[in-house]
Design a protein around this ligand. Structure first.
Ligand code: UDP
Length: 455
């Protein structure tokens, strides 16, 4: 008699934002390759579609989650708090329905939820399903959030407004200074603290998976492991372990043809990710500095990233003149392909964790201009720990922009940074290979699920 082997299912719950969707879909792909069936439970906005890359995945939608308009009116921080309040009941329904469809309740191995979708834990608990937290930031940022979650809110709020201490190292978080702490540009400190208290609380979840590697932040990982009562699995960078194209915006591939015409390592690629905003005066100073650097540049200006402007139409005539000679502007780029391109010599980034990992993964040094949250932590590490980036702090000014671009692409300093970046790239690749620390960590996680499910 033929015995049908039923694959165990893992339910993934992503945050509806590019920087969170990308790594969780990569995680899904990595777990798919390990023999699990994958269900992705999404909210109503920013959904990944079931393309050919995910033909084996099941996609479900949480009914009654918040509309896109709430993201615009509330901003990302308050939106996430409200989303967690709204989705708990409807996610329970969703999970209940999924369980009914399984021939056996034990067919679901666990629910893996983004740390910012903390409502998921209650639903998993109700159905006695194991749950696991997935952190899309790094261990250092996680440690910072747990430190911030415990501070005296009143004193912290006063300190963060005091210009005299901004350059001082925050006690216990060397080399991070007060100004490098992951506070949010998207809302008041009060909401930031509120959400951090929730994200660092693992509740009844049995483990934390983190998209990082021990060669990048061994000490922070050890500290996190000591602080949390559950195993921490650093399995990143996931984009090396598993390719899972999941762009929520349409990629403009014409920039690859433009890159094909440029000299090796001559281009500065500029992208501030999916949420950061730019003031018109900063856009102009950037354009002036870039133009004066005489280096070609590929610049992603995301629609809606310049306040009160659909795209670039509100910028003065001067902008078009400055970028017309050596610049190429797109609305959204195939970033990983761009960073792999031999013409790209540097990356001006907001230092989102995915962009940081993708840049290190290609050995590309960076100009760091963080905008919010953990990007500040990443920028500090890029500049002073891994020493593969130059951070631009304070007011943007055309001369500092020009100097930073030249130091990365022309000067000896940039060549040194590139050497270190290539060295880190090799270490990251080794950690993702069989026998490497991240690859082994994924194995341990998978084995832990098998053990749990065989009880
Ligand atoms: N990205 C892209 N094309 C672009 C800009 C960004 O594909 O033009 C991708 C990038 O490769 C990364 C993600 O969007 O995987 C951004 O994530 P990150 O954590 O860097 O920043 P966030 O968007 O969360 O601020």
């Amino acid at each position: 008699m033929e015995v049908k082997v039923v694959k165990k299912r893992i339910v993934l719950v992503p945050v509806p934002a590019q920087g969170h969707v990308t790594p969780i879909m990569q995680l899904g792909k990595a777990l798919d390759l390990k023999g699990f069936s994958i269900t992705v439970v999404q909210t109503q906005n920013n959904r990944v579609s079931s393309s050919k890359d995910f033909s084996d995945f099941q996609f479900l939608t949480i009914p009654d989650s918040l509309p896109e308009s709430d993201l615009k009116t509330l901003g990302p921080l308050k939106f996430m708090i409200k989303l967690n309040q709204t989705c708990e009941a409807s996610f329970k329904q969703c999970l209940g329905q999924l369980l009914k469809e399984q021939s056996n309740a034990h067919d679901i191995a666990c629910v893996v939820y983004d740390e910012y979708m903390y409502f998921s834990e209650a639903a998993a608990k109700e159905f006695q399903l194991p749950s696991v937290v997935f952190s899309t930031t790094n261990a250092t940022a996680f440690v910072c959030r747990s430190v911030i979650a415990k501070v005296n809110a009143e004193k912290f709020s006063i300190d963060m407004k005091d210009p005299k201490i901004q350059d001082k190292v925050f006690p216990g978080l060397h080399p991070l200074r007060y100004k490098d702490l992951p506070t949010s540009a998207f809302g008041p400190l009060e909401s930031t603290l509120k959400i951090y208290i929730e994200t660092v609380n693992v509740r009844t979840s049995s483990a934390v998976i983190i998209n990082s590697a021990s060669c990048l932040e061994r000490l922070s990982l050890a500290r996190l492991q000591q602080e949390l009562q559950v195993p921490v699995y650093p399995i990143g960078p996931l984009h090396i372990a598993a390719s899972a194209p999941s762009s929520l915006l349409e990629e403009d591939r014409s920039c690859i043809e433009w890159l094909n015409k440029q000299k090796p390592s001559s281009v500065i690629y500029i992208s501030l990710g999916s949420l950061a905003l730019m003031e018109t005066k900063d856009v102009l100073e950037m354009a002036r500095g870039l133009s004066n650097s005489n280096q070609p540049f590929l610049w992603v200006i995301r629609p809606g990233s310049i306040p009160a402007s659909e795209w670039t139409e509100s910028l003065p005539e001067e902008f078009s003149k400055l970028v017309s000679e050596r610049g190429y502007i797109v609305k959204w780029a195939p970033q990983m392909e761009v960073l792999k391109h031999p013409a790209v010599g540097g990356f001006w980034s907001h230092c989102g964790w995915n962009s940081t990992l993708e840049s290190i993964g290609e050995g590309v040094p960076m100009i760091c201009r963080p905008f919010t949250g953990d990007q500040r932590v990443n920028a500090r590490y890029l500049e002073s720990v891994w020493r593969i980036g130059v951070q631009l702090e304070g007011e943007l000014e055309k001369r500092t922009v020009e100097r930073a671009v030249k130091s990365l692409l022309v000067d000896e300093e940039g060549a040194e940074m590139r050497k270190r970046a290539i060295d880190l790239k090799e270490k990251l690749e080794a950690s993702a290979r069989s026998g490497g620390s991240s690859c082994s960590s994924l194995e341990y996680f998978v084995n832990s699920l098998k053990m749990k499910n065989s009880i």
